[in-house]
Design a protein around this ligand. Structure first.
Ligand SMILES: Cc1cc2nc3c(=O)[nH]c(=O)nc-3n(C[C@H](O)[C@H](O)[C@H](O)COP(=O)(O)OP(=O)(O)OC[C@H]3O[C@@H](n4cnc5c(N)ncnc54)[C@H](O)[C@@H]3O)c2cc1C
Length: 406
Protein backbone atom coordinates (compact mmCIF):
# COMPACT_ATOMS: atom_id res chain seq x y z
CA UNK A 1 0.00 0.00 0.00
CA UNK A 2 1.33 3.40 -0.92
CA UNK A 3 2.15 5.75 1.92
CA UNK A 4 1.32 9.44 2.10
CA UNK A 5 2.88 12.41 3.78
CA UNK A 6 2.77 16.16 3.63
CA UNK A 7 5.69 18.37 4.67
CA UNK A 8 6.49 22.03 4.76
CA UNK A 9 9.68 23.90 5.55
CA UNK A 10 9.54 25.93 8.76
CA UNK A 11 8.46 29.49 8.33
CA UNK A 12 10.30 31.56 10.88
CA UNK A 13 10.99 34.49 8.69
CA UNK A 14 12.15 37.99 9.22
CA UNK A 15 11.86 40.49 6.44
CA UNK A 16 12.90 43.95 5.51
CA UNK A 17 11.07 45.59 8.39
CA UNK A 18 13.89 44.35 10.59
CA UNK A 19 17.23 45.34 9.18
CA UNK A 20 20.63 44.31 10.44
CA UNK A 21 23.07 47.13 10.57
CA UNK A 22 26.21 48.15 12.32
CA UNK A 23 26.25 51.51 14.00
CA UNK A 24 29.28 53.72 13.69
CA UNK A 25 29.86 54.44 17.37
CA UNK A 26 31.72 57.65 16.63
CA UNK A 27 28.97 59.16 14.47
CA UNK A 28 25.71 59.25 16.42
CA UNK A 29 22.56 58.64 14.46
CA UNK A 30 24.32 57.10 11.47
CA UNK A 31 23.82 53.46 10.46
CA UNK A 32 26.11 51.30 8.42
CA UNK A 33 24.87 48.17 6.68
CA UNK A 34 27.23 45.30 7.28
CA UNK A 35 28.14 42.41 5.02
CA UNK A 36 30.74 39.72 5.48
CA UNK A 37 33.50 40.40 3.01
CA UNK A 38 33.58 36.97 1.36
CA UNK A 39 34.96 36.42 -2.09
CA UNK A 40 31.44 36.21 -3.49
CA UNK A 41 30.32 39.47 -1.91
CA UNK A 42 33.47 41.15 -3.11
CA UNK A 43 32.39 40.33 -6.65
CA UNK A 44 28.74 41.18 -6.36
CA UNK A 45 28.99 44.12 -4.00
CA UNK A 46 30.95 47.20 -4.84
CA UNK A 47 31.78 48.00 -1.22
CA UNK A 48 33.88 45.02 -0.26
CA UNK A 49 36.05 46.21 2.61
CA UNK A 50 35.63 48.31 5.73
CA UNK A 51 37.59 51.03 3.95
CA UNK A 52 35.07 51.20 1.10
CA UNK A 53 32.26 53.38 2.38
CA UNK A 54 29.26 54.78 0.52
CA UNK A 55 27.84 58.00 1.97
CA UNK A 56 24.47 59.49 1.08
CA UNK A 57 23.86 62.93 2.62
CA UNK A 58 20.40 63.20 4.17
CA UNK A 59 18.96 66.62 5.07
CA UNK A 60 22.51 67.69 5.72
CA UNK A 61 22.34 65.75 9.01
CA UNK A 62 23.49 62.18 8.72
CA UNK A 63 25.30 60.37 5.93
CA UNK A 64 24.31 56.71 5.41
CA UNK A 65 27.40 54.54 5.62
CA UNK A 66 27.75 51.10 4.11
CA UNK A 67 30.57 49.03 5.57
CA UNK A 68 31.44 45.37 5.00
CA UNK A 69 32.48 43.53 8.15
CA UNK A 70 33.15 39.87 8.95
CA UNK A 71 31.37 38.31 11.91
CA UNK A 72 32.41 34.78 12.89
CA UNK A 73 29.96 31.86 12.86
CA UNK A 74 28.55 31.66 16.41
CA UNK A 75 28.97 28.53 18.47
CA UNK A 76 25.64 26.89 17.65
CA UNK A 77 26.79 23.30 17.50
CA UNK A 78 26.72 22.75 21.26
CA UNK A 79 23.09 23.89 21.84
CA UNK A 80 20.57 21.23 22.84
CA UNK A 81 18.39 21.99 19.81
CA UNK A 82 21.28 21.70 17.38
CA UNK A 83 22.52 18.45 18.95
CA UNK A 84 19.00 16.99 18.74
CA UNK A 85 18.67 17.99 15.05
CA UNK A 86 22.12 16.59 14.26
CA UNK A 87 21.31 13.36 16.06
CA UNK A 88 17.99 12.85 14.24
CA UNK A 89 19.49 13.42 10.83
CA UNK A 90 22.46 11.17 11.62
CA UNK A 91 20.02 8.32 12.30
CA UNK A 92 19.03 8.37 8.61
CA UNK A 93 22.62 7.72 7.60
CA UNK A 94 23.28 5.26 10.41
CA UNK A 95 20.15 3.14 9.96
CA UNK A 96 20.64 -0.30 8.34
CA UNK A 97 20.27 -0.12 4.54
CA UNK A 98 16.75 -1.15 3.51
CA UNK A 99 16.61 -4.57 1.82
CA UNK A 100 14.15 -3.12 -0.69
CA UNK A 101 14.67 0.65 -1.04
CA UNK A 102 11.40 2.55 -1.40
CA UNK A 103 10.77 4.61 -4.51
CA UNK A 104 9.32 7.85 -3.10
CA UNK A 105 7.87 10.59 -5.30
CA UNK A 106 7.94 14.08 -3.79
CA UNK A 107 5.92 16.96 -5.20
CA UNK A 108 7.61 20.36 -4.94
CA UNK A 109 11.32 21.23 -4.81
CA UNK A 110 11.21 24.02 -2.24
CA UNK A 111 13.40 23.56 0.83
CA UNK A 112 10.92 21.07 2.33
CA UNK A 113 10.90 18.84 -0.78
CA UNK A 114 14.67 19.11 -1.24
CA UNK A 115 15.32 18.25 2.42
CA UNK A 116 12.85 15.32 2.27
CA UNK A 117 14.61 13.92 -0.80
CA UNK A 118 18.03 14.43 0.81
CA UNK A 119 17.17 12.56 4.00
CA UNK A 120 15.34 9.77 2.14
CA UNK A 121 18.46 9.30 0.00
CA UNK A 122 20.60 9.29 3.18
CA UNK A 123 18.38 6.50 4.54
CA UNK A 124 19.01 4.40 1.44
CA UNK A 125 15.73 5.05 -0.39
CA UNK A 126 15.20 6.31 -3.93
CA UNK A 127 13.59 9.78 -4.02
CA UNK A 128 12.21 11.31 -7.21
CA UNK A 129 11.67 15.01 -6.65
CA UNK A 130 9.28 16.70 -9.07
CA UNK A 131 9.25 20.51 -9.38
CA UNK A 132 6.58 22.31 -11.39
CA UNK A 133 8.76 25.27 -12.35
CA UNK A 134 12.05 25.49 -14.23
CA UNK A 135 13.83 26.74 -11.09
CA UNK A 136 14.43 25.01 -7.76
CA UNK A 137 13.85 26.46 -4.32
CA UNK A 138 10.17 27.49 -4.29
CA UNK A 139 10.03 30.54 -2.04
CA UNK A 140 13.82 30.77 -2.04
CA UNK A 141 13.93 30.64 -5.86
CA UNK A 142 15.81 33.41 -7.69
CA UNK A 143 16.20 34.58 -11.26
CA UNK A 144 18.93 36.47 -13.11
CA UNK A 145 17.93 39.65 -14.93
CA UNK A 146 19.41 40.86 -18.22
CA UNK A 147 22.22 42.67 -16.33
CA UNK A 148 23.18 39.44 -14.57
CA UNK A 149 21.77 40.57 -11.20
CA UNK A 150 19.74 38.14 -9.11
CA UNK A 151 16.11 38.69 -8.17
CA UNK A 152 15.11 36.67 -5.14
CA UNK A 153 11.55 35.73 -4.23
CA UNK A 154 12.29 37.38 -0.89
CA UNK A 155 15.17 38.24 1.37
CA UNK A 156 15.94 35.20 3.51
CA UNK A 157 17.43 35.29 6.97
CA UNK A 158 18.94 32.17 8.52
CA UNK A 159 18.73 32.54 12.30
CA UNK A 160 21.01 30.84 14.80
CA UNK A 161 17.84 29.33 16.26
CA UNK A 162 17.17 27.19 13.16
CA UNK A 163 18.78 23.88 14.18
CA UNK A 164 17.63 21.83 11.18
CA UNK A 165 18.76 24.20 8.45
CA UNK A 166 22.01 24.99 10.31
CA UNK A 167 22.64 21.26 10.59
CA UNK A 168 21.84 20.80 6.90
CA UNK A 169 24.42 23.44 5.95
CA UNK A 170 26.99 21.59 8.07
CA UNK A 171 26.13 18.22 6.52
CA UNK A 172 26.54 19.68 3.04
CA UNK A 173 29.88 21.27 4.03
CA UNK A 174 28.68 24.78 3.15
CA UNK A 175 28.70 26.55 6.53
CA UNK A 176 31.02 29.15 5.02
CA UNK A 177 28.22 30.30 2.69
CA UNK A 178 26.34 31.86 5.59
CA UNK A 179 27.39 35.43 6.32
CA UNK A 180 26.81 36.22 9.99
CA UNK A 181 25.77 39.68 11.14
CA UNK A 182 26.21 41.71 14.28
CA UNK A 183 23.87 40.53 17.06
CA UNK A 184 21.28 43.31 16.80
CA UNK A 185 17.68 43.71 15.74
CA UNK A 186 17.06 47.08 14.22
CA UNK A 187 13.56 48.39 13.60
CA UNK A 188 12.55 51.16 11.24
CA UNK A 189 10.54 53.55 13.41
CA UNK A 190 7.02 53.99 12.04
CA UNK A 191 6.59 57.56 13.27
CA UNK A 192 10.11 58.75 12.53
CA UNK A 193 10.84 57.92 8.88
CA UNK A 194 14.50 57.28 8.25
CA UNK A 195 15.27 56.59 11.92
CA UNK A 196 16.05 53.20 13.37
CA UNK A 197 15.73 51.71 16.82
CA UNK A 198 18.18 49.09 18.01
CA UNK A 199 17.92 46.03 20.20
CA UNK A 200 21.57 45.09 20.83
CA UNK A 201 22.31 41.68 22.35
CA UNK A 202 25.61 41.91 24.31
CA UNK A 203 28.07 39.14 23.46
CA UNK A 204 29.24 38.72 27.07
CA UNK A 205 25.83 37.89 28.57
CA UNK A 206 24.12 34.48 28.45
CA UNK A 207 20.51 33.96 27.32
CA UNK A 208 17.93 35.12 28.32
CA UNK A 209 19.75 37.98 30.06
CA UNK A 210 21.20 39.22 26.75
CA UNK A 211 17.63 39.51 25.34
CA UNK A 212 16.23 41.19 28.44
CA UNK A 213 19.24 43.55 28.39
CA UNK A 214 18.54 44.35 24.70
CA UNK A 215 14.95 45.30 25.60
CA UNK A 216 15.91 47.34 28.65
CA UNK A 217 18.64 49.25 26.79
CA UNK A 218 16.30 50.30 23.96
CA UNK A 219 15.42 53.92 24.54
CA UNK A 220 14.07 55.06 21.17
CA UNK A 221 10.95 52.92 20.96
CA UNK A 222 9.96 52.09 24.51
CA UNK A 223 9.65 54.10 27.70
CA UNK A 224 10.91 52.60 31.00
CA UNK A 225 7.43 51.56 32.24
CA UNK A 226 6.76 49.97 28.80
CA UNK A 227 10.08 48.14 28.85
CA UNK A 228 9.48 46.76 32.32
CA UNK A 229 5.91 45.65 31.47
CA UNK A 230 7.18 44.09 28.24
CA UNK A 231 9.99 42.20 30.02
CA UNK A 232 7.61 40.99 32.78
CA UNK A 233 5.04 39.99 30.13
CA UNK A 234 7.63 37.76 28.50
CA UNK A 235 8.52 35.95 31.74
CA UNK A 236 5.79 33.26 31.44
CA UNK A 237 7.09 32.44 27.96
CA UNK A 238 10.68 32.18 29.24
CA UNK A 239 9.71 30.06 32.25
CA UNK A 240 6.77 28.10 30.81
CA UNK A 241 8.59 26.59 27.84
CA UNK A 242 6.94 24.82 24.90
CA UNK A 243 3.78 23.82 26.81
CA UNK A 244 3.05 27.46 27.63
CA UNK A 245 3.81 28.50 24.05
CA UNK A 246 1.36 25.98 22.57
CA UNK A 247 -1.35 26.95 25.05
CA UNK A 248 -1.36 30.51 23.64
CA UNK A 249 -2.57 29.43 20.19
CA UNK A 250 -6.12 30.66 20.87
CA UNK A 251 -4.94 34.24 21.40
CA UNK A 252 -3.97 36.78 18.77
CA UNK A 253 -0.72 38.70 19.33
CA UNK A 254 -2.71 41.83 20.17
CA UNK A 255 -4.95 40.02 22.70
CA UNK A 256 -1.98 38.30 24.36
CA UNK A 257 -0.17 41.63 24.77
CA UNK A 258 -3.25 43.13 26.42
CA UNK A 259 -3.67 40.08 28.67
CA UNK A 260 -0.07 40.48 29.86
CA UNK A 261 -0.63 44.19 30.55
CA UNK A 262 1.78 45.21 27.81
CA UNK A 263 0.78 48.64 26.47
CA UNK A 264 -0.69 48.83 22.93
CA UNK A 265 2.20 51.10 21.95
CA UNK A 266 4.62 48.14 22.26
CA UNK A 267 2.39 46.15 19.91
CA UNK A 268 2.34 49.03 17.43
CA UNK A 269 6.04 49.84 17.64
CA UNK A 270 7.50 46.34 17.76
CA UNK A 271 4.95 43.63 17.03
CA UNK A 272 3.40 44.92 13.81
CA UNK A 273 6.90 44.58 12.33
CA UNK A 274 7.46 41.19 13.95
CA UNK A 275 4.04 39.76 12.96
CA UNK A 276 4.45 40.90 9.39
CA UNK A 277 8.03 39.66 9.30
CA UNK A 278 7.05 36.23 10.57
CA UNK A 279 3.76 35.65 8.78
CA UNK A 280 2.97 38.69 6.63
CA UNK A 281 -0.15 39.47 8.69
CA UNK A 282 -1.06 41.90 11.48
CA UNK A 283 -0.94 41.33 15.28
CA UNK A 284 -4.75 41.10 15.50
CA UNK A 285 -4.77 38.23 12.95
CA UNK A 286 -1.72 36.24 14.01
CA UNK A 287 -1.69 33.54 16.71
CA UNK A 288 0.62 34.42 19.59
CA UNK A 289 1.98 30.90 19.37
CA UNK A 290 3.86 31.87 16.19
CA UNK A 291 5.58 34.83 17.85
CA UNK A 292 6.36 32.89 21.03
CA UNK A 293 7.94 29.99 19.13
CA UNK A 294 10.40 32.47 17.65
CA UNK A 295 10.79 34.64 20.77
CA UNK A 296 11.29 31.65 23.02
CA UNK A 297 14.12 30.36 20.87
CA UNK A 298 15.59 33.85 20.69
CA UNK A 299 15.42 34.26 24.46
CA UNK A 300 16.62 30.79 25.39
CA UNK A 301 19.58 30.47 23.03
CA UNK A 302 22.40 32.95 23.29
CA UNK A 303 22.87 33.08 19.50
CA UNK A 304 19.26 32.24 18.58
CA UNK A 305 18.43 35.67 17.19
CA UNK A 306 21.75 36.12 15.40
CA UNK A 307 21.12 36.46 11.69
CA UNK A 308 22.98 35.14 8.68
CA UNK A 309 22.43 35.72 4.98
CA UNK A 310 23.36 33.38 2.17
CA UNK A 311 26.35 34.63 0.18
CA UNK A 312 24.58 34.38 -3.17
CA UNK A 313 21.46 33.17 -4.94
CA UNK A 314 19.71 30.33 -3.09
CA UNK A 315 19.24 28.09 -6.16
CA UNK A 316 23.01 28.14 -6.81
CA UNK A 317 24.40 28.38 -3.29
CA UNK A 318 21.94 26.19 -1.35
CA UNK A 319 19.69 24.12 -3.66
CA UNK A 320 22.45 22.98 -6.01
CA UNK A 321 24.53 21.24 -3.30
CA UNK A 322 21.39 19.49 -2.01
CA UNK A 323 20.61 18.28 -5.54
CA UNK A 324 24.21 17.08 -6.00
CA UNK A 325 23.91 15.15 -2.75
CA UNK A 326 20.59 13.55 -3.75
CA UNK A 327 21.90 12.57 -7.16
CA UNK A 328 25.15 11.18 -5.76
CA UNK A 329 23.04 8.71 -3.77
CA UNK A 330 20.92 7.63 -6.76
CA UNK A 331 17.96 10.01 -6.34
CA UNK A 332 16.46 12.16 -9.11
CA UNK A 333 15.41 15.81 -9.31
CA UNK A 334 13.24 16.90 -12.24
CA UNK A 335 12.12 20.44 -13.04
CA UNK A 336 9.18 21.36 -15.35
CA UNK A 337 7.26 18.45 -13.81
CA UNK A 338 3.98 19.78 -12.42
CA UNK A 339 1.70 17.29 -10.68
CA UNK A 340 -1.74 17.80 -12.15
CA UNK A 341 -3.71 15.00 -10.52
CA UNK A 342 -3.46 12.52 -7.66
CA UNK A 343 -4.89 9.22 -8.98
CA UNK A 344 -6.32 6.83 -6.39
CA UNK A 345 -6.70 3.07 -6.06
CA UNK A 346 -10.14 1.63 -5.26
CA UNK A 347 -9.23 1.55 -1.56
CA UNK A 348 -8.54 5.30 -1.57
CA UNK A 349 -4.75 5.04 -1.43
CA UNK A 350 -2.55 6.82 -3.97
CA UNK A 351 -2.08 4.95 -7.26
CA UNK A 352 0.04 7.52 -9.08
CA UNK A 353 0.80 11.18 -9.73
CA UNK A 354 -0.27 12.42 -13.16
CA UNK A 355 1.97 15.19 -14.54
CA UNK A 356 1.01 18.12 -16.76
CA UNK A 357 2.78 16.52 -19.73
CA UNK A 358 0.52 13.47 -19.37
CA UNK A 359 3.14 11.15 -17.90
CA UNK A 360 2.20 8.98 -14.94
CA UNK A 361 4.55 8.26 -12.04
CA UNK A 362 3.96 5.35 -9.67
CA UNK A 363 5.88 4.87 -6.43
CA UNK A 364 5.89 3.05 -3.10
CA UNK A 365 5.23 6.28 -1.21
CA UNK A 366 4.15 9.83 -2.09
CA UNK A 367 4.95 13.13 -0.40
CA UNK A 368 3.39 16.52 -1.07
CA UNK A 369 5.71 19.46 -0.30
CA UNK A 370 3.87 22.21 -2.17
CA UNK A 371 2.12 25.26 -0.70
CA UNK A 372 -1.09 24.28 1.08
CA UNK A 373 -3.31 26.02 -1.50
CA UNK A 374 -1.95 23.74 -4.24
CA UNK A 375 -2.60 20.62 -2.17
CA UNK A 376 -6.16 21.80 -1.49
CA UNK A 377 -6.77 22.20 -5.23
CA UNK A 378 -5.42 18.75 -6.04
CA UNK A 379 -6.99 16.89 -3.12
CA UNK A 380 -9.04 13.92 -4.44
CA UNK A 381 -12.80 14.33 -3.84
CA UNK A 382 -13.16 11.34 -1.53
CA UNK A 383 -10.34 12.56 0.74
CA UNK A 384 -11.94 15.92 1.42
CA UNK A 385 -14.24 14.63 4.18
CA UNK A 386 -11.49 12.70 6.00
CA UNK A 387 -10.80 14.44 9.35
CA UNK A 388 -7.06 14.68 8.61
CA UNK A 389 -7.57 16.48 5.31
CA UNK A 390 -10.60 18.44 6.52
CA UNK A 391 -8.26 20.40 8.76
CA UNK A 392 -6.69 21.83 5.60
CA UNK A 393 -9.78 24.03 5.18
CA UNK A 394 -8.51 26.17 8.04
CA UNK A 395 -5.10 26.67 6.47
CA UNK A 396 -5.11 29.63 4.12
CA UNK A 397 -2.09 30.91 2.22
CA UNK A 398 -1.08 34.55 2.68
CA UNK A 399 -0.44 36.38 -0.60
CA UNK A 400 2.81 38.36 -0.57
CA UNK A 401 4.19 40.84 -3.07
CA UNK A 402 7.85 41.62 -2.74
CA UNK A 403 9.27 44.91 -4.00
CA UNK A 404 13.01 45.10 -4.59
CA UNK A 405 14.40 48.60 -4.21
CA UNK A 406 17.82 49.08 -5.75
C1 LIG B 1 9.13 36.99 0.82
C2 LIG B 1 9.46 35.87 1.76
C3 LIG B 1 10.46 36.01 2.69
C4 LIG B 1 10.76 34.98 3.59
N1 LIG B 1 11.79 35.14 4.47
C5 LIG B 1 12.15 34.13 5.29
C6 LIG B 1 13.26 34.26 6.16
O1 LIG B 1 13.88 35.28 6.22
N2 LIG B 1 13.59 33.19 6.93
C7 LIG B 1 12.87 32.03 6.89
O2 LIG B 1 13.21 31.09 7.58
N3 LIG B 1 11.80 31.88 6.08
C8 LIG B 1 11.42 32.90 5.27
N4 LIG B 1 10.36 32.76 4.44
C9 LIG B 1 9.60 31.52 4.49
C10 LIG B 1 10.32 30.42 3.69
O3 LIG B 1 10.68 30.93 2.43
C11 LIG B 1 9.37 29.25 3.49
O4 LIG B 1 8.89 28.80 4.74
C12 LIG B 1 10.03 28.07 2.83
O5 LIG B 1 10.88 28.45 1.77
C13 LIG B 1 8.92 27.18 2.33
O6 LIG B 1 9.47 26.03 1.74
P1 LIG B 1 8.54 24.88 1.24
O7 LIG B 1 9.43 23.89 0.59
O8 LIG B 1 7.66 24.41 2.35
O9 LIG B 1 7.53 25.53 0.19
P2 LIG B 1 7.83 26.29 -1.17
O10 LIG B 1 9.10 27.01 -1.09
O11 LIG B 1 6.60 27.05 -1.47
O12 LIG B 1 8.03 25.12 -2.21
C14 LIG B 1 6.97 24.49 -2.84
C15 LIG B 1 7.39 24.07 -4.23
O13 LIG B 1 6.33 23.31 -4.81
C16 LIG B 1 6.27 23.63 -6.18
N5 LIG B 1 4.97 23.25 -6.69
C17 LIG B 1 3.79 23.89 -6.56
N6 LIG B 1 2.81 23.20 -7.15
C18 LIG B 1 3.37 22.08 -7.65
C19 LIG B 1 2.86 20.97 -8.39
N7 LIG B 1 1.56 20.87 -8.71
N8 LIG B 1 3.73 20.00 -8.77
C20 LIG B 1 5.06 20.08 -8.44
N9 LIG B 1 5.57 21.11 -7.76
C21 LIG B 1 4.74 22.10 -7.37
C22 LIG B 1 6.52 25.13 -6.19
O14 LIG B 1 6.87 25.57 -7.49
C23 LIG B 1 7.63 25.25 -5.17
O15 LIG B 1 8.89 25.13 -5.76
C24 LIG B 1 10.02 33.79 3.55
C25 LIG B 1 8.99 33.64 2.62
C26 LIG B 1 8.71 34.66 1.72
C27 LIG B 1 7.61 34.46 0.72
Amino acid sequence: MAQWACVSAANLSCQATIVNTQKQRNSPGCDAFSFKGSEFMAQSCRFSSPQAVYRRPRNGVCPLKVVCVDYPRPDLDSTANFLEAAYFSSTFRASPRPTKPLKVVIAGAGLAGLATAKYLADAGHQPILLEARDVLGGKVAAWKDSDGDWYETGLHIFFGAYPNIQNLFGELGINDRLQWKEHSMIFAMPNKPGEFSRFDFPEVLPAPINGIWAILKNNEMLTWPEKIKFAIGLLPAILGGQAYVEAQDGLSVKDWMRKQGIPDRVTTEVFIAMSKALNFINPDELSMQCILIALNRFLQEKHGSKMAFLDGSPPERLCAPIVDHIQSLGGEVRTNSRIQKIDLNNDGTVKSFVLNNGSVIEADAYVFATPVDILKLLLPENWKEMPYFKKLEKLVGVPVINVHIW
